[in-house]
Design a protein. Sequence first.
Length: 626
Amino acid sequence: MKPLAPGEPDRLGRYQAIAVIGKGGMGRVLLGRAPEGRLVAIKQIHAHLTGSDEFRDRFRREVLASQQVTGAYTAGVVDFDTEAESPWLASEYIAGPSLQDAIEQFGRLSIGGLKLLTSGLAMALIEIHRTGMVHRDLKPSNVLLTDAGPRVIDFGIARAMADDARLTATGTVIGSPAYMSPEQAECRPLTPAADVFSVGAIIAMAASGISPFHGVSTPQVLYNVLYAAPDLSAVPAPLRAVVGACLAKDPAQRPTPEELLEVAGGIDAEPMWPVRVRRRIAEVAEEANRWATGGGAPAAPDSAPGWRERVREPRIRVVLAAALVAVLALGAGLVWGSGVDGHAVPMADPALDLTAEEASLLDSCALLMPDVLGELGEPTGEIVRSGTDCRTSYTGPDGRGIGYDLWVGIGPQETLATYDPMGTAIGWMPVLGRQESARMCDRAVIAQNGIPLSLWMRTDAKEGDACPQAERALAAVVGRLAVNPPLLDVPADSVLRIDPCSVLDPATDLAAVGDPAKRMPATPRSCTVSGREWGMDLRLVEKVRPDAESGRRAPGHSTREIDGRTVYLEELPYRCYVTVMIRPTRQNLAEVAHLDFYHQPRFSSAGMCDRALLVMSSVLPKLPTT
């Protein structure tokens, strides 16, 4: 958004104009505020377009008709003035980017995003057509994305423009050529089926990143709309047939919005925008609130604290590794993704960019489910949670059984110290590993944006090379994380929402592990503290209930009590495990606080569990009770 020009009137009717959202050939859109504080989007028509009384009459009729559209997937008109020197209308302010901007910035939508888009557009058409209107100008820039789904804007106004000969040269086609129906391109009478065609073109664009009728010139685009078959190869199979039907040249062959909605509802995917789209929606809302409260344009951001700050120097090595991969790509036709010849398509290989909250609530075991790794074969084993990693197995198309082990950590230090660049990349991240080929193979990547996650994928085959499967599996995991990370649905007071480092007491840490008691996150849900003689990892995780774990009666296992809570101990020669169940969750799982206390090599283990219990005693009062 931009400020109003100096000296420019800042009121339209009862609304205060706050900022300029955008400008176009017909007018501009302002962010406005009603006396009661409600934000609105005000479309102000250019004065040079309002010279005729006929235009004002038609504009008034269209505005009045638009007021009838009140569905959840459109932006409702709340006020207007067709008699002003520059006519305007105020509609509900929608905080979100346009579909056009979202695709250009973040790439094509996932199947879940396409399901949400298709359902919302179908519902919008049902509501618009119920009033007897035809939108006539449906296109990606007229679809805004919100957390609840898409919203259609600017309905009805194109009709007012199209009916006035003063506004166009004789014979000019009104609308957006790449998304208009053949009958609109030929200036034939329009029915609701014209909007269905436009929606089909929008869905195809969202799935592929480009209009299905694109061309190098407007005449070529119109020719393609009239005569060419659209390329729908990028549209996912569950939507391909209905999108093809929407784009039928004959209006009678197109489905109704209700039929389109039924197909979308049958798609086996969670209706959700990709992560970066959801983040952009929040940013748009924050920007509008900033202008509304007098904050105006934001200042240049300071360096982000926390994880980014702690890993600034090691990440220089990651950037250099990325540069090395880019050089290799230029010299050897490198594949960005998983080893298939071709050219890099940045937005088809989206970068990994998770927030701290998303990282802390990440359900890493869900990343080994068939909806993520299904292309690698058939699952043959259960998914097993083991500390900070998850394991399972698949049988590939070649009949080989392969185990997959995924670990998610924070920070590049250990990953860079363990692995070397392999000369390929996934999601614009260098792929790291130990061997080019091996029966047991590791592949890893480090996120370049957001939280500096490290992802390790280990594959274990009984025979043959397992490295291609490791890289393919890692690519599938990154792809899912980039567009729709699986997050745990947990209560507001869940320990999974708590930063483990925040509940540790510095004085207690120093007494327990000794100098320097250096603290740093190891995974999204664990914190490591290192001293000269001792070290410890505190994890706030969901795992098997300690009272349900096998082996609790074995030597070295015992229980204690701290403030009425049962504490489970396991004492080994070199480490002591302390576990407290916070609350049961599902099946035999529970949220737990788990402390792994160990001594450094060459030092005595005497009093190890006493030190661990001291730390846990300082942590438990800061955690919720059942």
